[in-house]
Design a protein around this ligand. Structure first.
Ligand code: ADP
Ligand code: TRP
Length: 326
């Protein structure tokens, strides 16, 4: 049996950034080249409604995400790509799980806690509150073995495992327990202020930033004031933290040696890093431009057609187990 890999991404941003690339796109592209895996990649548009009530943006962001994945090398012949909203079983399963999840448990979820921390608890929508329940349904509907996520999503995959176990225990074996796949080395792509690179903090380098913008952003990375001639510590340097994402182990070691040897100018290094990023993003931008909207629409329709029977079978099984089938 092929192992299944599944992940989802919200169409909430106008463009993806390097954090998204190293966290989500790169592993999916890598997995998509392995013939022994079956891959699911969906656009989490139902989740996007927690943040975005603007039809044109959701539509536009959906095109952008799919094109970006393809431009980065995701092979559509080996991945089911679909819109979450095309498969109604996501919401149906959510209802079942919602009835098996206690309030105190949901209140521990960090998405909820982050919303509470803004001091406006009463303004939290039920969509935001329920979001881990929908995410568990997104996952468990397809019995994936591996779920690539950013570090901040680990808790949600753990909740999915918990609710799956609870269901299996109460109603009999139904769901596979998924494992989160988190690449520790890029679990959080940092940026200028030490915070993670994020759309929300507007501190990111976009995959589609033009060279001028990339150079400007890299120039703003703060560094220490150690003189050029003196040895420096790569591990505490923000430039190194970004640069190493583009380097293999040997290259990383060479760069670390340059830090320790002294004589390294941060200004030169920033120019070098900018060049590296630009030569990385340029071919992606070119391939992106060659993909048209029709191709994305066709892919999403095909993808939904492929996954629908599996999702339908699963929800029928669940409905039968809870007592809905006559
Ligand atoms: P953003 O933080 O840019 O607003 P989202 O909140 O939409 O992005 O996050 C989408 C996914 O991307 C999340 O699962 C998150 O774990 C991952 N992610 C976002 N930024 C980074 C980053 N800098 N490093 C690693 N993963 C990230
Ligand atoms: N919550 C995820 C995020 O914010 C997106 C997501 C929704 C997801 N459903 C999922 C990721 C299922 C993996 C599996 O990035």
């Amino acid at each position: 049996m092929k192992k299944r890999v599944l992940t989802g991404i919200k169409p909430t941003g106008e463009q993806l950034h390097l954090g998204n690339y190293f966290w989500a796109i790169e592993p999916m592209v890598r997995f998509s080249k392995q013939p022994d895996l079956e891959m699911f990649m969906f656009i989490a548009n139902l989740h996007a409604l927690t943040a975005l009530h603007d039809a044109a943006s959701i539509r536009k962001n959906t095109y952008t995400i799919v094109k970006t994945y393809l431009a980065c090398g995701l092979d559509p012949a080996h991945v089911h790509i679909y819109n979450q909203s095309d498969i109604s079983a996501h919401v149906e399963l959510m209802r079942v799980f919602a009835c098996m999840t206690n309030l105190w448990f949901m209140k521990r979820m960090h998405a909820y806690k982050a919303a509470v921390d803004t001091g406006k608890e009463d303004d939290i929508t039920m969509g935001t509150f329920n979001y881990p329940v929908l995410m568990a349904s997104d996952i468990l509907l397809y019995d994936p073995h591996i779920v690539p996520v950013g570090k901040d999503q680990k808790q949600h995959v753990e909740y999915a495992r918990d609710v799956a176990q609870k269901f299996n225990h109460q109603f009999g074996d139904t769901f596979i327990l998924p494992e989160p796949y988190i690449q520790e080395s890029v679990a959080t792509v940092p940026w200028i202020d030490g915070r993670k690179m994020s759309k929300s903090y507007n501190n990111y380098i976009g995959l589609f930033d033009d060279p001028e913008t990339i150079r400007k952003k890299v120039a703003r990375i703060p560094t220490d004031a150690i003189p050029v001639a003196d040895p420096k510590d790569p591990e505490t340097c923000n430039i190194f933290a970004i640069y190493k994402l583009f380097l293999d182990e040997i290259e990383q070691k060479k760069l670390a040696d340059r830090y320790r040897a002294g004589g390294l100018s941060y200004k030169d290094l920033k120019a070098e890093l900018s060049d590296r990023i630009i030569s990385f993003t340029t071919p992606i931008i070119e391939r992106y431009a060659a993909i048209d909207d029709q191709m994305v629409q066709d892919l999403l329709i095909e993808g939904a057609k492929h996954v629908a029977p599996r999702a339908t079978a699963k929800i029928h099984d669940v409905y039968a187990k809870v007592g809905f089938s006559m």
